[in-house]
Design a protein around this ligand. Structure first.
Ligand code: MN
Ligand code: MN
Length: 298
């Protein structure tokens, strides 16, 4: 039941995102936050499509908590919380930026407005490059900068990035949205002093299966099966393995799988001028008149 599952995953993800938006996370560790939000997704009958991302300040994306990660949210932090729910592999991907320092309200608002303007123009046949132009124009008119090398994407069953990109800036060429395909749109915004690009950081704490080819190490192959059986090709965190396997051992085995290219590790993405970044994201399915925003607030 593809479409029903997309809609159900979307309504769960949207509900959890609104819970996240309304809550004060200051003083909590990122470990507590990830575990709590992932629990809320599961409680509502979906699986996590990827580990909850808690990317703080100049980290734009791809940070999730390490096992017992002690990093605490401060009242001056700006945190992108990006979460995904899936049912039978049909994914809803959505994000919100939480921030308790009014100094950065404008930045957060710019990401929301860019997403809102993009959502108002979507329907089957609209060019992705025109969506990019709307996002860029909205952000610049508010005095901020879009992140040029991060973009939205098409989604498919058990696949978060299914090959097509919805840019956050105007660009030449590109594709047109097709009816009944599934996409995520996710403007990222930084300040005037930002470079408007992200670079890879050193930290890698999100992983995904690359291939199911055996490694000749019995324990590593067992972990490979565990990953496939539990996460399919979707991203996972070390936290999700250490519930079954002792942490030191899990790190060693994961290292073997990465060396053998059976598993891929994703680096955190950092704004090149180390300026703060805000994000907003929805998943949607275009139709002739407009679109079903699967993750919209109910
Ligand atoms: Mn996302
Ligand atoms: Mn996304």
């Amino acid at each position: 039941m593809q479409n029903e599952d997309y809609i159900k995953a979307g309504s769960i993800a949207g509900e959890v995102r609104e819970m996240v938006r309304g809550k004060n996370w200051v003083g909590k560790t990122v470990y507590e936050i990830c575990e709590e939000i992932e629990g809320e997704i599961k409680k509502r009958g979906a699986k996590c499509a990827f580990p909850v991302n808690t990317s703080i300040n100049e980290i734009a994306a791809h940070y999730t908590a390490e096992p017992n990660d002690p990093i605490v949210i401060k009242d001056t932090d700006l945190v992108k919380i990006d979460l995904g729910a899936q049912i039978n592999g049909y994914i809803a991907d959505t994000a919100v930026t939480v921030c308790y320092d009014p100094q950065f309200d404008g930045l957060v608002q710019a990401a929301e407005e860019a997403l809102g303007n993009a959502m108002s123009m979507i329907k089957a046949g609209v060019k992705a490059s025109d969506i990019g132009r709307t996002i860029e124009t909205t952000i610049k008119q508010l005095g901020f900068k879009p992140i040029a090398n991060l973009s939205g994407h098409s989604l498919d069953q058990y696949t978060i990035h299914a090959g097509k990109s919805i840019p956050n800036i105007w660009s030449i060429g590109g594709f047109s949205l097709s009816e009944n395909s599934v996409y995520a749109c996710e403007p990222f915004v930084t300040t005037e002093n930002g470079g408007g690009f992200v670079r890879n950081g050193q930290i890698k704490n999100i992983f995904a299966l690359n291939s199911r080819k055996k490694t000749k190490n019995e324990e590593a192959d067992k972990l490979l099966d565990f990953i496939w059986n539990n996460f399919n090709m979707l991203p996972f965190a070390l936290r999700w393995i250490t519930k079954e396997c002792e942490e030191k051992k899990a790190r060693e085995l994961l290292e073997i799988l990465i060396k053998k290219k059976a598993v891929q590790a994703y680096p955190v993405l950092i704004e090149i001028n180390e300026q703060r970044v805000a994000q907003a994201e929805h998943t949607f399915i275009p139709n002739q008149e407009g679109a079903t925003i699967t993750t919209k607030a109910s």
